[in-house]
Write a protein that binds this ligand. Structure first.
Ligand code: DGJ
Length: 788
C-alpha cells in the first residue's frame, strides 16, 4: 500500500514501512525504512512524523546551507532520496549531469503521482521488470517528480511496493525538456540513506569456478564499492548485496537486501558519512558511461530491488526468494517443477559422436533422468574452443545425421532434448566472421584481444540481433527442443561498435540488445526452458531470470566448493534458480575426491542434474544414482520451491533446510567439511516448523564405500583386501556398507530449540551399531515429516 498525504509519502508492505516527505518545499527527506510502524486511525500523520525529521537547530562548522527557508539545513547531513553535486552534499551522489557547461543540478520537488499497478512506462524502458499476478496482489506505484528549471530537466523517482514479499522496487527516469542535449555521466536507480553507522556490508564475490562467496565487512568511515566492469553482471561481484546491523545474525536482527534487475555493468556504493550515516547507491556502473541525452529524450534506469527484515539474514533472503519466484521468473515457469537433466559436457567435452551421445542417453534414461542436454561442439566445425561460434548450423557429420534423428533417438528413450548455444559470440575462425568482420566488438585500428579464442558479437546492432534471432528460431522450430542452455564465455573488453552506438553508452546498449533477443525468442518459444550460463555462474542476476528461470550456478561442481557457491547464492536467489549437478570424482575443477552421496546431497539443494559419463558408472554407482533420482523426484517440489533456511553456519559444519509452505515437510542437509577426531557429536537443528506439531525425522540411508576405510577394512574382512588392489576395486564396484539408520519422533519445538543429538561419529576406535562415519566432505539428509 502507498499513501500520499499532502507531502508525506508512506509506502508499506506486509512488515515494512518506507516513509519520506517534502522538506522545505523542495527536498524529499527519507524519514524511515524498516519494520512496519503504524499511525492511529485518522491521525494527522504529517504532524506525527515530526520525531522522524532530522533536526537542524544550528549550522555546523563550515557546512553549505541549502537554498530555502531553513537557513540551517545542510544537505550533507540530510537523508535524501537522491543526490547530485554542487549543493553542499559531499557524499557519493546518485547522479552526475552536465548541462550548460556546469555539473550543478537543482532538482526540486514538483509533484507526486500515485496509482495501482506497475510503473506505467515499464515497457518503454526496454528492460525486464518485476511482474505481478492476481494471487500476489496488485502493487501500488508512486512517482515523485522533480524539476531542474534552470537546466530544463525532469527527474522521476519511481517506487513500486510488492506487499506480499516486503519488496519495494525503485528506478529513476530522466526527461530532457531542454532544446539541447545533456551529458549524463551517472544516473543510479536508487539511493537509500539510513541513520546510524553500526552496519556490516555483505557482498557476494569471486571469479570463474568460485562465484558468489560471501564476504562480510564491518563498515567504518569511508566508501565501499562493489561493481562490474566486464559488461555483464559478472562472476566477480554480484549486484545483490546486503547490509545488516552489526548485531544481526542469520535468524534475527535488522537486515536490508538490494538487487538490480539488470545484466550489465552495475555499481553498488556504500558510504559511511562523517556524520555517522549510511548512504547506499545502486545502479548502472558509471565507469565508461557517458551518454548524450538529446532534447526530448528520456533515459530509464533499470529497476532496483530492496527489502528489509528484522528476522535476520534468512528473513531478508526469504523475501528475495519470494520476490524472484513470484515476480521475476517467467509466468509459464512459476512454481513449475524442473526436469532432472544430464549434460554431456564433463562426460565428453568436445569429443563426441552419435554412438557416444546415444550411449550416454540410454544409460541416463535407465537411471531416471528426464532431459538430455547436448553441450558445446555440435555446430560448424567445432572440435575445440578455437572456432565456429556464430555458425549455428548442425555438424551432421559429427552427430551422425540430422539433429532431428538424434532427438528422435533420445526421445525414444523417454527423455526430452536440450541444446547448448553461445549466441553472443563470434570466433575469428568462422564463416560468420569471414562474412561480417565488423560484427565483432573490437576497437578500430587496435590489436584484437580475445578471450577463450573468441570475440563478442555486437548486440548493439539490430542486423546482428536479427541474424541471431533468425538462426536460433530456425534451430528451435525445426527441432523438438525443450531446453536451451544459453552460455556466454568471455567478458567484453574493447567496448566499441562499428554501428551507430556511441562508446559512452555501448555497455548499456549491449545489455538492451541482449534483452531484445531474449524477449523475441522467449515470446516465440514460450515452452522452451532456458538456463542461463556464463562460464558457469558469471551472469547470475535478476535480468537473466526474467527470461530464464534457472541459471548454471558454477562450472565448479565440487560439493565442498558448492557449499560456498550455492550457500552464497542462496542469500539473494531461491533454490529454483540454481542449477546443481552431480559430477565425477575426482572433481574436474579441484581434483577433490568426494563420495557420490555427498555430491548428490549438496546438489539436491537446487535444480538437480548429472554431468558425468553415466556409461562408466559401476553397477553399484548406477544403483545409487537411481535411488538418488527416485529420492529427488519424491521431494522435488521441496528441493526447488521450499522455504530455504541456513540453519547453522560454522566454518566446518553447516545445516541447510528446505521447508514446505504448510510446514508439513522439511529436509535438512548436514554438511561437514573436514572430520575432526574426537569432537563433540552433532546436534541436528531445524527451523520454520510448527512448534507443537510432531515430526518424524529419518536420516536418508546412505552407503559408504569400503574404499573409505582403506586397509582398516581388513579388521572385519575374512580375506585380506589390498588397498587400491584389484580385489578392492571389485568389491567396491559391487558392495558398499550401509550407513547408520536414525529415526526420531520429536515436536517442532524440540527440533528447533533443543535439537536432536545424533548418533556418535566414527573416531577410529571401532565401528559400533549405528555409528556415523563422517569423513572429510561428508553429509547427511534428514527427512522431517509431520505426523500430527
Ligand atoms: C562454459 C559452461 O559453463 C560449461 O558448462 C560448458 O557449457 C562450456 N562453457 C562449453 O564450452
Amino acid at each position: 500500500m502507498i499513501t500520499v498525504k499532502n507531502k508525506l509519502f508512506n509506502i508499506t508492505t506486509k512488515n515494512t514501512s518506507y516513509i519520506c516527505h517534502v522538506r522545505d518545499g523542495k527536498y524529499v527527506e527519507n524519514l524511515y525504512y524498516g519494520k512496519k510502524i503504524t499511525f492511529p486511525e485518522g491521525a494527522d500523520t504529517e504532524a506525527m512524523v515530526e520525531p522522524l525529521r532530522e533536526k537542524f537547530n544550528n549550522v555546523y562548522g563550515n557546512t553549505i546551507a541549502a537554498a530555502g527557508e531553513d537557513k540551517n539545513l545542510t544537505l550533507d547531513n540530510l537523508n535524501t532520496e537522491f543526490s547530485y553535486p554542487a549543493v553542499g552534499d559531499y557524499r557519493i551522489t546518485s547522479m552526475l549531469l552536465k548541462a550548460d557547461n556546469t555539473f550543478s543540478s537543482r532538482f526540486y520537488f514538483k509533484d507526486s503521482f500515485l496509482y495501482e499497478g506497475l510503473y506505467k512506462d515499464s515497457d518503454l524502458t526496454k528492460m525486464p521488470h518485476a511482474r505481478y499476478y492476481e494471487e500476489t496482489g496488485k502493487p501500488w506505484t508512486l512517482e515523485l517528480i522533480f524539476e531542474d528549471e534552470a537546466a530544463g530537466l525532469e527527474l522521476r523517482l519511481i517506487y513500486t511496493a510488492f506487499e506480499d514479499c516486503d519488496v519495494i522496487t525503485r528506478r529513476t527516469v530522466l526527461i530532457n525538456k531542454r532544446d539541447s542535449s545533456v551529458a549524463v555521466r551517472k544516473l543510479a536507480s536508487m539511493q537509500l540513506d539510513l541513520p546510524g553507522k553500526d552496519y556490516s556490508l555483505l557482498t557476494f564475490d569471486g571469479l570463474w569456478t568460485r562465484e558468489r562467496h560471501l564476504n562480510e565487512k564491518k563498515l567504518i568511515s569511508g566508501t565501499y564499492v562493489t561493481e562490474s566492469t566486464v559488461g555483464t553482471s559478472s562472476n566477480r561481484h554480484n549486484p545483490f548485496i546486503m547490509i545488516k546491523k552489526n548485531d544481526a545474525g542469520e535468524h534475527a536482527g535488522d537486515c536490508y537486501a538490494f538487487n538490480l534487475i539488470y545484466s550489465g555493468n552495475h555499481k553498488e556504493e556504500v558510504e559511511v558519512s562523517e556524520y555517522g550515516k549510511i548512504r547506499l547507491i545502486q545502479g548502472i556502473n558509471d565507469w565508461c558511461f557517458d551518454m548524450e541525452l538529446k532534447s526530448g529524450e528520456t533515459f530509464y534506469t533499470p529497476e532496483a530491488v530492496m527489502t528489509y527484515s528484522d528476522l535476520g539474514l534468512n528473513g531478508a533472503s526469504a523475501n528475495c526468494h519470494d520476490f524472484v519466484n513470484n515476480h521475476i521468473i517467467p509466468e509459464q515457469f512459476r512454481g513449475k517443477e524442473r526436469p532432472i537433466l544430464i549434460n554431456n559436457w564433463e562426460a565428453t567435452y568436445f569429443d563426441f559422436n552419435r554412438r557416444k551421445l546415444t550411449g550416454l542417453a540410454k544409460d541416463a534414461a535407465k537411471l531416471g533422468i528426464e532431459l538430455f542436454v547436448l553441450d558445446d561442439g555440435w555446430f560448424g566445425d567445432r572440435s575445440d574452443d578455437t572456432s565456429s561460434l556464430g555458425d549455428w548450423d548442425v555438424n551432421e557429420k559429427k552427430i551422425g545425421g540430422p539433429l532431428k534423428d538424434l532427438i528422435t533417438e533420445i526421445k525414444k528413450e523417454g527423455m526430452d532434448f536440450g541444446i547448448w548455444v553461445e549466441p553472443e559470440m563470434i570466433s575469428e575462425k568462422s564463416r560468420l566472421y569471414e562474412a561480417h568482420p565488423d560484427w565483432a566488438v573490437k576497437a578500430p585500428g587496435r590489436e584484437v584481444y580475445t578471450g577463450r579464442n573468441q570475440m563478442v558479437l555486437d548486440y548493439t546492432r539490430e542486423d546482428v540481433r536479427d541474424y541471431i534471432v533468425d538462426k536460433l528460431s530456425k534451430l528451435l522450430s525445426d527441432n523438438d527442443v525443450s531446453y536451451v542452455k544459453w552460455d556466454m564465455n568471455r567478458h567484453i573488453s574493447d567496448a566499441y561498435s562499428s554501428g551507430d552506438c556511441d562508446s559512452g553508452i555501448f555497455y548499456h546498449r549491449y545489455v538492451l540488445g541482449y534483452y531484445d533477443v531474449m524477449d523475441r525468442l522467449t515470446k516465440s518459444f514460450p515452452h522452451v526452458l532456458f538456463e542461463g550460463c556464463s562460464s558457469g555462474g558469471g551472469r547470475f542476476d535478476l535480468g537473466v531470470l526474467c527470461y530464464m528461470p534457472q541459471i548454471w550456478t558454477s562450472d565448479d561442481t565440487d560439493p565442498n566448493e558448492r557449499m560456498m557457491i550455492q550457500g552464497g547464492t542462496s542469500y539473494g536467489y531461491p533454490l529454483s534458480t540454481m542449477g546443481a549437478h552431480v559430477s565425477a570424482s575426482p572433481n574436474h575443477q579441484t581434483l577433490r575426491h568426494t563420495s557420490i552421496d555427498t555430491r548428490f546431497q549438496v546438489a539436491t539443494m537446487g535444480v538437480l542434474g548429472y554431468e558425468l559419463d553415466a556409461t562408466r558408472l559401476t553397477s553399484l554407482e548406477k544403483k545409487t544414482v537411481k535411488k538418488q533420482i527416485e529420492f529427488y523426484k519424491q521431494y522435488r517440489k521441496l528441493f526447488q520451491f521450499g522455504r530455504f533456511i541456513r540453519v547453522k553456519k560454522d566454518p566446518n559444519l553447516e545445516i541447510w533446510e528446505t521447508v514446505s509452505a504448510d510446514r508439513d515437510l522439511a529436509i535438512a542437509l548436514l554438511y561437514q567439511a573436514q572430520s575432526e577426531p574426537n569432537q563433540s557429536d552433532d546436534i541436528l537443528f531445524a527451523k520454520g516448523l510448527e512448534e507443537n506439531a510432531t515430526y518424524k525425522v529419518t536420516g536418508r540411508q546412505i552407503q559408504i564405500s569400503i574404499k573409505e576405510f582403506g586397509n582398516l577394512i581388513n579388521m572385519v574382512s575374512p580375506v585380506n583386501i589390498k588397498e587400491e588392489g584389484v580385489a578392492q576395486a571389485m568389491v567396491n564396484s559391487l558392495y558398499a556398507m550401509d550407513g547408520e539408520k536414525e529415526e526420531y519422533l520429536v515436536t517442532g519445538s524440540m527440533l528447533m530449540h533443543a535439537g536432536i543429538k545424533l548418533n556418535s561419529r566414527f573416531v577410529g576406535t571401532g565401528l559400533g551399531e549405528g555409528t556415523r562415519t563422517m569423513g572429510d566432505y561428508s553429509s547427511r539428509l534428514y527427512v522431517i515429516e509431520r505426523m500430527i
